[in-house]
Design a protein around this ligand. Structure first.
Ligand code: CA
Length: 227
């Protein structure tokens, strides 16, 4: 999942990006408002972490512009410590959650997971699709109760597909959320990755829709539940 990190303090931005990478996300940093606004409106991100105090264009203005342009990407805002008015303004402008600075990176990750879950309509951090159990908090996939060792790329792919289960995910969209936006990969690379993934987690979970993309279906095929 691609996450846009909008933060002009380089150290904070890098700390967030590092934590996101090691949690299986694909972070991209923007350090000023105009650039952030443009990228948020033209690129496809799973979520945005938005600092409110920014050069060129402040966070609240960016958020208002996105929302009035119909950009529905979940946004978690970073506010100055103790500034309740910033939080109120941010939420009114369309933020999905907030975090006051300074914050613990674990809390940021937990709030991000919650925001991603809510916007995808899941209530719990553990998702079960047939014999596969996906735990976003532990970054773990298990099949029939046995944990499966996945490479970072494999984890990103299966996490994105399970997160968007029930919908056919186009190849270019999946590639962007695995490799990042500025990377042009051909579909072969992706097919090889999906092939490896199927060997590890079973062939039935990820369906290929030729010419469209990949689908993890919610229904569990036509298997009847055991009595
Ligand atoms: Ca700032």
């Amino acid at each position: 999942m691609r996450i846009l990190v909008v933060e002009d303090e380089a150290k904070v931005a890098e700390d967030i990006a590092r934590a996101l990478s090691s949690s299986g996300y694909v972070p991209e940093i923007s350090d000023e408002g105009e650039d952030a606004w443009f990228r948020g409106e033209t690129e496809d991100y799973s979520a945005v972490i938005l600092d409110l105090g920014l050069p060129k264009l402040d966070g609240i203005s960016i958020l208002k512009r996105w929302r009035s342009a119909g950009v529905a990407t979940p946004v978690l805002i970073l506010t100055a410590r103790g500034s309740w008015s910033e939080r109120v303004e941010g939420i009114d402008a369309g933020a999905d959650d907030y975090l006051s600075k300074p914050f613990q990176i674990e809390e940021l990750l937990a709030r991000l997971r919650a925001v991603l879950r809510r916007t995808a309509g899941h209530a719990a951090s553990v998702i079960e699709v047939r014999e596969v159990l996906f735990d976003s908090r532990k970054m773990q996939i298990s099949v029939n109760g046995a944990p499966i060792a996945l490479s970072p790329l494999e984890y990103r792919a299966v996490a994105y597909l399970i997160h968007h289960r029930g919908r056919v995910v186009p190849q270019h969209e999946l590639a962007e959320h695995i490799y990042g936006g500025d990377c042009d990969r051909d579909n072969n690379t992706l097919e090889v990755l999906i092939g490896r993934l199927r060997k590890k987690i079973g062939v039935s979970l990820i369906e290929t829709r030729r010419g469209y993309g990949y689908l993890v279906s919610d229904e569990g095929g036509n298997e009847a539940p055991s009595a």
